[in-house]
Design a protein around this ligand. Structure first.
Ligand code: PLP
Length: 406
């Protein structure tokens, strides 16, 4: 037996496990401060599910208790009621014509962003933003598409720096690439892209025969008019883009697990529809999302569900504003927050991002995420998230303000 040696190329700890370890060690060494540590680090939600979702789940669980209404294996691509709700609300209502057969319900965007690589040759050249959600890179390393690790990152990956200098928007590559990962609103920078800013990417991909893998996991946080919620709002995207969506940040489903991926029929390569390939892949390796979960996801689109979800998003948006304005008031250069639950800040006095992590933890008992963990261009930046409680968020910001006012 031989193992997949690509796994040995990857650092053993995922960024957030590394952070969790540092926090554990700090708490063990400082038991008197252990209880006052506030995490504005990991991107997990904290508010409970919308009552409409809970009610739908209870009802669905009761259906499972009766032979007449019991459900076994779900359809691989999603229950019709959920596909219909997604189609109507997320696409048709925004003027995007799609067919239900172009939507694939899954257990979340992370799985789909990782698994999508199955349908592409390992010879493709991948381009990612830098900093980046680590899943895009690591899954390509695992499959052998990333090449070898060098001082400048993976040898076969094209890195597109996103820094304050370019407004956190990547430059179109000046070479040919095949697979482009874009995520807007962005994790980690919290910055959004307008239709006009995305259009050149769609044009590039159509011209080069490339595919855009568009991660729209944070679309529910968009407030700025003109910022598209879907890549298909950009003309020409149906022939070059796959879109990933998630109920995780939209409706607090990080623990429930549900998302979906759109693969338009118009998207073809080598004369083959990528839709058919993804359908084949899912039917072979995935057995669908539980009925109870899909009923909960459907409830997000009821009028009550929509209202309740909006309230929760507004709660996190207030936190984002608290962080953004609090830090700005004490002299930090801050980005993001407007269309996103993430605040991206420039570390003060040229401090390294891990150095700033240690300072926040040790002096203020606040946990964030060092920008460097998202890629080399994240060095000198730091991410705070709006997913904590309002009380903890305010407390954390007060501590930061008090420390830096000194
Ligand atoms: N995509 C991005 C950009 C994310 O930041 C995350 C989670 O933090 C995900 C996808 C994962 O989404 P899901 O919970 O649906 O797997």
């Amino acid at each position: 037996m031989q193992i997949n040696k690509n796994f040995q190329k990857i650092e053993s700890s995922y960024l957030f496990s590394g952070i969790a370890k540092k926090v554990r060690e700090y708490k063990a060494a400082n038991p008197d401060k252990a209880n006052s540590v506030i995490s504005l680090g990991i991107g997990d939600v904290t508010r409970p599910l919308a009552p409409a979702c809970i009610e739908a789940m209870h009802k669905a669980a009761d259906e499972m208790a009766n032979a007449e209404t019991f459900r076994g294996y779900p359809p691989e691509y999603g229950q019709d009621f959920l596909l219909e709700a997604i189609l109507q609300n997320d696409y048709l209502a925004r003027g995007i014509a799609l067919d239900k057969s172009e939507i694939f319900v899954s257990d979340g965007a992370k799985s789909d962003c990782g698994n999508i690589g199955d349908i592409f040759s390992n010879d493709n050249v991948v381009a990612v933003c830098d900093p980046v959600y680590p899943v895009y890179v690591d899954t390509n390393v695992m499959s052998g598409r990333a090449g070898d690790k060098t001082e400048n990152g993976w040898s076969n990956i094209v890195y597109m720096p996103c820094t304050a200098e370019n407004g956190f928007l990547p430059q179109i590559p000046d070479c040919h690439v095949d697979i482009i990962y874009l995520c807007f609103p962005n994790n980690p920078t919290g910055m959004a892209a307008t239709k006009e800013q995305l259009k050149p990417w769609v044009d590039y991909a159509n011209r080069e025969g490339a595919v855009i893998l568009f991660d729209s996991a944070y679309e529910a946080f968009i407030t700025t008019p003109g910022v598209p919620h879907s890549i298909y709002e950009v003309e020409g995207a149906k022939t070059c883009a796959i879109e990933f969506r998630s109920f995780s940040k939209t409706a607090g489903f990080t623990g429930v697990r549900c998302g979906y991926t759109v693969v338009p029929h118009d998207l073809k390569a080598d004369g083959v529809e990528l839709n058919a390939m993804w359908a084949r892949r899912q039917a072979t390796k995935f057995n669908g999302v539980s009925y109870i979960t899909q009923r909960a996801a459907e409830a997000c689109y009821s009028s009550q569900g929509k209202q309740q979800i909006r309230e929760t998003i507004a709660y996190y948006q207030r936190n984002a504003k608290t962080i953004y304005e609090g830090l700005k008031a004490c002299g930090f250069t801050v980005y993001g927050a407007v269309d996103s639950p993430y605040v991206w800040l420039k570390t003060p006095n040229g401090m390294g991002s891990w150095e700033f992590f240690d300072l926040l933890l040790e002096k203020m008992q606040v946990v964030g995420t060092p920008g460097e963990g998202f890629g080399p261009s994240g060095e000198g930046y730091f991410r705070l998230t709006a997913f904590g409680s309002a009380e903890n968020t305010e407390k954390a910001v007060e501590r930061i303000k008090a420390y830096f006012a000194k």
